[in-house]
Ligand binder design. Structure first.
Ligand SMILES: Nc1nc2c(c(=O)[nH]1)N[C@H]1C(S)=C(S)[C@@H](COP(=O)(O)OP(=O)(O)OC[C@H]3O[C@@H](n4cnc5c(=O)[nH]c(N)nc54)[C@H](O)[C@@H]3O)O[C@H]1N2
Ligand SMILES: Nc1nc2c(c(=O)[nH]1)N[C@H]1C(S)=C(S)[C@@H](COP(=O)(O)OP(=O)(O)OC[C@H]3O[C@@H](n4cnc5c(=O)[nH]c(N)nc54)[C@H](O)[C@@H]3O)O[C@H]1N2
Ligand code: SF4
Ligand SMILES: [Mo]
Length: 702
């Protein structure tokens, strides 16, 4: 029996893995505090890909004829596949320079893989062109957290703190379906007499657990947050002492909300003015009696062209009430992918070096180059963000080759038809995956890799807790780990430095590279993680508080479960109030496209579905169009009938699912199957470069 963590979401639920003959049994690991033995159905069935007939166990190569036409994928040896990739990359680099080769990583990869991929891009390929799917996940919250609080860690406190709040506002989170074991904290909070508020255009299973559910028109949440702050200010409920002692910039924000009275909020959001007042009253009365208010955001408010502004506006509310830094209160973002947090700390993001350092910072470049054993001047600068990178593929100025590790772009990218055309325009597409995903099926070279239970590595969960997934099984013959793939390619490309393949060795190097940076992992070891149920970053090697300014030799740092108690991440220790102005969604309904389309998740499927659609115990319903009975009547359709959904970018057909729980002016399509993203808008948030997955204008017909 081995303890490990689930292969899917950011809760990284602890589980036990036991070999039973040729199969693997998932069991409860009661002692792991984040989930206390509970798993959702995806976790219980996670071993379903083990021994699956669609599991890739040999590299695949596609030959191209002299006229450029593409043949079928055929099996190849590892040497043939890796030699081919290295030869083509070398030729492309020689012709068009290092930026002609691009890398796309993922927030599902372990810290070790994400770190190694970032180093591989900068050192072995010398390219600036690397980004990852986390850009589509938490980047708006990351950008807002950095600007307002000076540090970006999804939750700046342990998840269990949630149940200590007196009022919890969940803005755009459906955690009952997207992190089910976390929903127990909502129940406990309410048993204690606390209140839960859910803001979501749909009455989700999460909203069913709420005391107050507000259903905005998709894309209008910023107006709600501005309206709430307006009422807090008008009621004289601002914690002036806290604002004076711990923040800066409030006066401008105070002025900016003067015209956001509840009736105006109602006109913009469709939420009744009385409901806006009810929410504000709850926050004001709670704060007035010294109670704790917590605001958590997720993709529902973040995946918008103004997502980072909406997060800033909610942070402003939390700061005005004096909450961030208090236990059981404050602001947090519920991260999404298994390693959504660690994935953005170690250098697979276009502007980043390990330790959450900026690639544009000369001191950061010098430190990291020192650990890598290369000249700082040899490191490239900042590259394109995920969507901008994909859009540039195969264009005269853009990359001609792309390596993908851990993302099924064809299904999950916005405006997917356009993105698929860009992938098809590449000279070389290389995909490392466990299965032939829709993206791998387009590749010139497919590299079969190990899956979670077959390899060891660390993940950083939504709380900033670094946990260890341990190998429980021997991988099938023929597959390699991502670390081995990276090392094999680096060697063939003539990398100036070698790449380690042992995860523990890579983790130790990552620790050194992160030392002194905001996300400092240098005091974390595999042994400590095993002994302590995970370690929270920042965790420098030694603890200055343990005696003397530098700490006694060897006194370990305890890790940091809670941030911001005394100071925020900015150099002056103060949080920043930042002014935001409501613009609204990039695409508004019109005569031709009169409805709002939003997209998201269902409990039984994960992301692009590449893994979970292949697990036979999970419900593979195919896509559907959720709509209100009033809209169904107007369209003359009934439950189960095929509908066509059209937007300016594309169309899809799927059966109607008629539910009274959605706004009558909005339809919802899950994105786990091909289709939803043919519809979605690629408008980007100017600060985070997050695409507007959560709202566009659509037409529906029977
Ligand atoms: N079952 C399951 N769980 C998952 C995943 C999965 O694929 N499947 N993926 C993981 C990942 S990577 C992520 S990022 C998280 C995402 O976790 P969540 O953010 O909870 O999931 P979503 O379904 O994307 O969006 C949440 C809610 O936003 C609502 N919403 C849509 N538009 C708006 C809007 O304009 N305003 C507001 N306020 N709400 C809106 C939707 O109706 C939806 O109920 O889930 C993680 N967990
Ligand atoms: N319309 C719409 N689109 C969305 C969203 C939305 O809400 N609405 N949400 C966005 C969000 S938040 C996210 S996070 C993205 C996610 O979407 P994707 O980036 O497509 O993520 P996954 O479906 O998890 O893809 C992971 C792929 O990598 C493979 N894989 C798994 N583990 C490994 C590994 O260790 N190594 C390698 N090499 N491969 C591995 C899997 O088999 C799978 O093919 O989708 C985004 N797209
Ligand atoms: S909640 Fe997330 S981590 Fe936990 S079992 Fe489900 S998918 Fe896995
Ligand atoms: Mo995500």
């Amino acid at each position: 029996m081995t303890t490990s963590h689930c292969p899917y979401c950011s809760l990284q639920c602890g589980m036990t893995l036991t070999r039973e003959g040729r199969s693997l049994a998932v069991g409860a690991w009661e002692a792991f505090p984040v989930n206390e033995g509970a798993l959702c159905r995806k976790g219980w069935t996670a071993a379903g890909l083990r021994g699956h007939r669609e599991r890739l166990t040999t590299p695949l190569v596609r030959d191209r004829a002299a006229d450029g036409s593409r043949g079928e994928l055929r099996p190849a040896t590892w040497d043939e596949a890796l030699d081919l990739v290295a030869d083509r990359l070398t030729a492309i680099r020689a012709e068009d320079g290092p930026d002609a080769v691009a890398v796309f990583g993922a927030g599902g990869l372990t810290n070790e893989k994400g770190y190694q991929l970032g180093k591989f891009a900068r050192v072995a390929l010398g390219t600036s062109q690397i980004d990852y799917n986390g850009r589509w996940c938490m980047s708006s919250a990351a950008s807002a957290g950095l600007r307002a609080l000076g540090l970006d860690r999804g939750l700046p406190f342990p998840l269990a703190d949630v149940e200590r709040a007196d009022v919890l506002v969940l803005a755009g989170s459906n955690l009952a379906e997207t992190a089910p074991p976390a929903a127990r904290h909502l129940d406990r909070l309410r048993e204690r007499g606390g209140r839960v508020v859910v803001v979501d255009p749909r009455r989700t299973p999460t909203a069913d657990r709420a005391d107050l559910h507000l259903a905005p028109v998709p894309g209008t949440d910023l107006a709600l947050a501005l309206g709430v702050l307006h009422l807090v200010v008008a009621a004289g409920a601002v914690d002036e002492d806290y604002v004076a002692a711990r923040t800066s910039g409030f006066d401008a924000v105070r002025r900016s909300v003067t015209s956001w009275w509840p009736e105006r909020v109602e006109r913009v959001t469709g939420i009744a003015a009385d409901e806006v007042r009810a929410l504000a009253d709850l926050l004001i009365s709670t704060a007035a009696r010294g109670g704790r208010v917590m605001v958590l955001t997720a993709r529902g408010v973040e995946q918008h062209s103004q997502g980072s502004d909406t997060v800033l506006a909610w942070i402003n509310v939390a700061l005005a009430l004096g909450m961030p830094g208090r236990e059981g209160a404050g602001y947090g973002c519920l991260t999404g992918q298994g390693n959504g947090q660690g994935g953005r700390e170690h250098g697979q993001k276009a502007d980043q070096l390990p330790g959450y350092r900026l690639i544009t910072d000369p001191a950061a470049r010098a430190h990291v180059a020192g650990v890598w054993g290369v000249d700082p001047d040899s490191l490239p600068g900042k590259g394109r963000s995920a969507y901008e990178l994909l859009e540039a593929l195969g264009t005269p100025d853009g990359p001609r080759a792309l390596l993908v590790h851990g993302s099924n772009i064809v299904v999950s990218a916005p405006n997917a038809t356009h993105v698929t055309e860009r992938l098809a325009a590449l000279d070389l597409l290389v995909v490392a995956d466990l299965v032939l995903s829709e993206t791998a099926a387009m590749a010139d070279v497919v590299l079969p890799v190990t899956q979670w239970a077959e390899e060891t590595g660390t993940m950083t969960n939504l709380e900033g807790r670094v946990v260890l997934r341990q190998r429980a099984l021997t991988p099938p013959e023929g597959v390699r780990t991502d670390l081995e793939v990276i090392a094999g390619l680096a060697e063939r490309l003539g990398s100036p430095v070698a790449f380690a393949t042992d995860p523990e060795e890579v983790f130790a190097e990552l620790g050194r590279a992160s030392a002194g940076g905001p996300a400092d992992y240098s005091g974390i070891t595999y042994d400590r993680i095993r002994a302590e149920h995970g370690v929270f970053w920042p965790c420098p090697a030694t603890d200055p508080a343990a005696g003397g300014p530098d700490g006694p030799e060897g006194a370990p740092h305890p890790g940091t479960p809670r941030l911001f108690a005394d100071r925020f991440g900015h150099p002056d220790g103060r949080a920043r109030f930042l002014v935001t102005e409501f613009r609204g969604a990039a695409e508004q309904p019109c005569a031709d496209y009169p409805l709002h389309l939003t997209t998201g998740r269902v409990l039984g499927q994960y992301q692009s579905g590449a893994q979970t659609r292949r697990v036979k115990e999970l419900p593979d319903t195919g896509p559907f169009v959720e709509l209100h009975p009033q809209l169904a009547r107007r369209l003359g359709t009934t439950d189960g009938e095929l509908l066509t959904v059209r937007t300016r970018r594309g169309a899809m057909r799927a059966p109607a699912r008629v539910v009274a729980t959605i706004r009558p002016d909005t339809v919802f399509v899950p994105f786990h199957w091909v289709g939803a993203n043919r519809l979605t808008n690629d408008a980007l948030d100017p600060a985070s470069r997050m695409p507007e997955f959560k709202v566009c204008a659509a037409a529906v017909s029977a």
